[in-house]
Design a protein around this ligand. Structure first.
Ligand SMILES: NC(=O)c1ccc[n+]([C@@H]2O[C@H](COP(=O)([O-])OP(=O)(O)OC[C@H]3O[C@@H](n4cnc5c(N)ncnc54)[C@H](O)[C@@H]3O)[C@@H](O)[C@H]2O)c1
Length: 369
C-alpha cells in the first residue's frame, strides 16, 4: 500500500523560469564541492554562504563575490530571495538547521544522513509536507552512472532472482568526530540498496569495533535480510590499507561486480550453478555455468552535478521529490537499527517500516541522463 506521503504535491507556486536563489550552509570538506557544482548551474544562483568559521567564509567569498556571507542562519532565512538552503554541516546539526529552514518556507537539500534519528527524520518530512516544501537528502550515489546501469539490469531481469549482495566500502579515514562509520559510510550503500531493490530490509545485524577512538566504531559488518529472501552484507571501515568501493550481486541468471572508480565499473558475469532435481532420493546434480563476462558502456557525468540540477529543477517545477524523502527516511532507520545492533553485540534488530511503505513502489525516473 502506498503511503500518503508518496502522493502529495507541493503546495507552493512553482518558480518556473526564474533563477533559484540558494544559500549554502557548511563549507568544510564537502560543502565546497556543492558550491563548485552550483557555480555551473545556470538555473541557480548562490546568494549566501554560511559557516561558523569566518576564515572559511572569507576564502569562499573571494571565489563567489556576488554572494553574501554570514555565520548566522537567521540572516539567511530572513532573505526572501533565498528559495532553498543546502546544508553540508556535521550530522548532529542537520535536524535543527533543516527544521529552521523549512519553517521559514525554504526548500531544503541536506547532506546524508537526513538526521541523527528516525524520529527527527520523520519530523523533518512532516515539516516539509506541512510547509509545502521539498526536502531532499544528498544520496549522491543514486545519480551515479554505474549504480543506474545496475538498476536498469535488475529491472530488466538480467540477473534473474537476486540471491544475495555483498559490499565493501573501506578506506583509510576520514575519521568523523561525532558519528560512527555506520552513520558516515552506511548511507551510501543503504540508499543504493533501496534504490536497486525497491524493498526495505526486515532485519539488521551489525558487529564492529572502535579500534582507534573509544566509543566511535571505525569498522562495522552489517547484515540485512529482506522479505523476498535476499540477504546483504555490507563492510564499512575507515581503517583499510587501500580504498575499495565494491559490490557483488549474485543472481540466478547472472552475477555483477560494481567496482566504483574502476576503469570498467560494472562487469556482468554469465556464471552460475544449475540445480537438477534428483531422479532418485539424494541424487541431485549441479552443473556450473561459466559464460561470457561483459563490461557495458557506462555514461560519464558527475553525479553531484546531476543531483543538484534535479533539486533545482524540482523547485522550478513544483515536484515534491517524495521518492527521495522516502529513501532518506528509510536510510536513517537502517543506520539507526545497525547502530543499535552493534551496541547490543550484534543482536538482530527488526525493522518496521509500516509508516513509510513496505515496498518503494514509486518508480520515478530520477532524472534524464
Ligand atoms: N554525499 C557525499 O558523498 C558526502 C561526502 C562527504 C561528506 N558528506 C556529508 O556532508 C556533511 C558535512 O561533512 P564534512 O565532512 O564536510 O564536515 P566538516 O566538518 O568538514 O564541515 C562542516 C562545516 O560545517 C560548519 N558548521 C558546523 N555547524 C554549523 C552551523 N550550525 N552553521 C553553519 N555552519 C556550521 C563547520 O564550521 C564546517 O565548516 C555531512 O553530513 C557528511 O555526511 C557527504
Amino acid at each position: 500500500m502506498l503511503n500518503p506521503a508518496l502522493s502529495i504535491t507541493v503546495a507552493s507556486e512553482p518558480v518556473e523560469a526564474r533563477t533559484v536563489g540558494i544559500a549554502v550552509v557548511g563549507l568544510g570538506y564537502w560543502g565546497p564541492n556543492l558550491l563548485r557544482v552550483l557555480g555551473d548551474n545556470l538555473d541557480a544562483e548562490v546568494r549566501w554562504l554560511c559557516d561558523l568559521d569566518t576564515e572559511r567564509l572569507a576564502r569562499y567569498r573571494r571565489r563567489h563575490p556576488d554572494a553574501r556571507v554570514t555565520t548566522r542562519m537567521d540572516r539567511v532565512l530572513a532573505d526572501p530571495s533565498v528559495d532553498a538552503v543546502i546544508i553540508a554541516t556535521p550530522v548532529h546539526t542537520h535536524y535543527v538547521l533543516a527544521a529552521q529552514a523549512l519553517a521559514a518556507g525554504k526548500h531544503v537539500f541536506v547532506e546524508k544522513p537526513l538526521a541523527q534519528s528516525s524520529d527527527l527524520a520523520d519530523d523533518l518530512a512532516a515539516l516539509a509536507r506541512e510547509n509545502g516544501r521539498i526536502l531532499m537528502c544528498g544520496h549522491t550515489f543514486l545519480y551515479s552512472p554505474p549504480v543506474r546501469a545496475v538498476k536498469r539490469m535488475i529491472e530488466a531481469g538480467t540477473l534473474g532472482d537476486i540471491f544475495f549482495i555483498s559490499s565493501s566500502r573501506v578506506n583509510l579515514g576520514l575519521h568523523q568526530r561525532d558519528v560512527s562509520v555506520i552513520w558516515d559510510l552506511g548511507p551510501h550503500d543503504f540508499s543504493i540498496l533501496l534504490y536497486w531493490l525497491s524493498e526495505l530490509p526486515t532485519s539488521v545485524r551489525a558487529v564492529g569495533r572502535d579500534s582507534i577512538v573509544k566509543g566511535i566504531a571505525d569498522v562495522a559488518f552489517v547484515t540485512m535480510t529482506f522479505a523476498s529472501g535476499i540477504v546483504v552484507n555490507v563492510e564499512l571501515s575507515w581503517l583499510a590499507p587501500s580504498k575499495l568501493r565494491r559490490t557483488v550481486l549474485v543472481g540466478s541468471e547472472r552475477m555483477v561486480i560494481y567496482d566504483d572508480g574502476a576503469p570498467e565499473p560494472v562487469r556482468v558475469f554469465d556464471r552460475g550453478v544449475v540445480y537438477k532435481d534428483p531422479e532418485t532420493f539424494g541424487e541431485y546434480h549441479l552443473s556450473y555455468r561459466s559464460g561470457d563476462v561483459i563490461s557495458p558502456r557506462i555514461e560519464s557525468y558527475e553525479p553531484l552535478s546531476l543531483e543538484l540540477a534535479d533539486f533545482v529543477k524540482a523547485i522550478q517545477n513544483g515536484d515534491p521529490m517524495d521518492f527521495h524523502t522516502t529513501i532518506a527516511r528509510s536510510v536513517v532507520r537502517i543506520v539507526e537499527a545497525a547502530d543499535r545492533s552493534l551496541k547490543a553485540g550484534g543482536r538482530e534488530v527488526s525493522l518496521d517500516h509500516a509508516d513509510i511503505t513496505r515496498q518503494l513502489t514509486v518508480r520515478r525516473e530520477l532524472a534524464a541522463v
